[in-house]
Design a protein around this ligand. Structure first.
Ligand code: ATP
Length: 349
């Protein structure tokens, strides 16, 4: 990896296999040295998009630019990208040192240069004691570091990662998340990182590109996607638990609650979105019946029914002791209400 990253741009990139359309017209711009997360549910086209940037897959249409250069027709080795796969793709019969340097040898990088790059990666990752081992003698986290080592020695300005943490347990995942982010910052490279885990996206990204059915649903910094989701899909994809979406009557109320008015009267059906952590118990507001409350340590998640068929999740700080079946009211600040067109899913400004 280079000390400086390169811009990555996609212009109208599409890909289909027969009747299956994986990507339809993806355009995006990842700034040099920034961390971009491609986020979305299974099958939305994240991996296909990454493989097209890597050159492992050809686009059916569109252009890929890296560092201002059209690389659409170039083979992977000439694009200036390093890639880390979910499976790590380590060779079981090679040592850690050989695994890390494998790509360099294949590209005929001279031995002194190979060793210099290896030393640097080993120093960055703290894996000097593992060099003579084979992958079968490593823990999951150690294998992950070896895979990162491979990407570091490539000295490419752009690094592509496809769900690199999905084989690790929760604690190690959080640790490696910080390590990968620190590595990207230290090297100043451009990162394109695929995950379906929105907490990874929130915690790591400068820019989140949310994909849905092969299209860009929203492209924004994580804080903006959280505070101003462009669609009800984006609203429900970001946040734990996800944003509540209540269908409103034409009068702007949750049907069957007798008030309050959440949105302006509208001819078209509206969804009112309120994050679980924006709700607070009050003596007025939305009336709800507690179905179930779960104390999680730092907070309590309360599942409630609202009106005829609405469901509301509230995430309240600390321990809230409340009986199932209790009747409560929830209040929230005016900035915490998001309105969406129920038919199109688009945000109502
Ligand atoms: P996941 O998170 O499950 O890996 P994803 O968002 O990475 O999903 P892709 O793997 O990019 O999604 O797949 C997008 C769509 O393209 C899916 O419908 C998939 O079945 C299809 N697809 C991917 N590769 C091929 C292929 N080689 N041949 C046919 N269809 C494919």
């Amino acid at each position: 990896m280079n000390e400086s990253g390169a811009d990555v741009r996609l212009h109208g990139v599409a890909r289909s296999w027969g009747a299956t359309t994986a990507l339809s017209g993806i355009s995006l711009h990842v700034r040099a040295g920034s961390f971009c997360v491609l986020l979305g549910p299974s099958g939305c086209g994240k991996t296909t998009c990454l493989r097209i940037v890597a050159g492992l897959e050809q686009a059916s249409a569109g252009v890929v630019e890296i560092g201002g250069r059209d690389v659409t027709a170039l083979p992977p080795a000439q694009r200036g990208v390093a890639m880390v796969f979910q499976s790590y793709a380590l060779f079981p019969h090679l040592t850690v040192a050989e695994n890390i340097m494998f790509g360099l040898k294949a590209r005929s990088v001279p031995k002194p240069d190979r060793l210099r790059r290896l030393d640097r990666a080993v120093e960055i990752l703290g894996i000097g004691h593992l060099l003579a081992r084979r992958p079968g003698q490593l823990s999951g986290g150690q294998q992950q570091r070896v895979a990162l080592g491979r990407a570091i020695v490539a000295e490419a300005p752009v690094c592509l990662m496809d769900e690199p943490l999905s084989n690790l347990d929760a604690q190690l995942r959080a640790e490696m998340r910080r390590e990968i982010l620190a590595l990207q910052r230290r090297l100043g490279i451009t990162m394109l990182y695929v995950t379906h885990d929105q907490t990874e996206a929130m915690g790591m990204a400068d820019q989140v590109v949310l994909l849905r059915d092969g299209r860009v649903e929203q492209d924004a910094p994580p804080a903006d996607m959280y505070s101003r989701p462009a669609t009800s899909f984006a609203a429900s994809f970001i946040g734990t638990p996800p944003m509540n979406l209540l269908k409103l009557s034409h009068e702007g109320m949750v049907p069957g609650t007798g008030g309050p008015v959440l949105g302006p009267p509208r001819a078209a059906a509206t969804l009112a979105g309120i994050r679980p952590e924006a709700l607070r118990l009050s003596d007025h507001g939305i009336p709800a019946e507690v179905t179930h409350a779960e104390y999680l340590g730092a907070d309590t998640v309360m599942v409630c029914s609202v009106g005829a068929e609405g469901r509301l999740l509230a995430r309240l700080p600390g321990r809230v002791a409340i009986a199932d079946g209790a009747l409560v009211h929830f209040d929230f600040g005016p900035a915490d209400l998001h309105l969406f067109d129920a038919a199109t899913g688009h945000r109502i400004p």
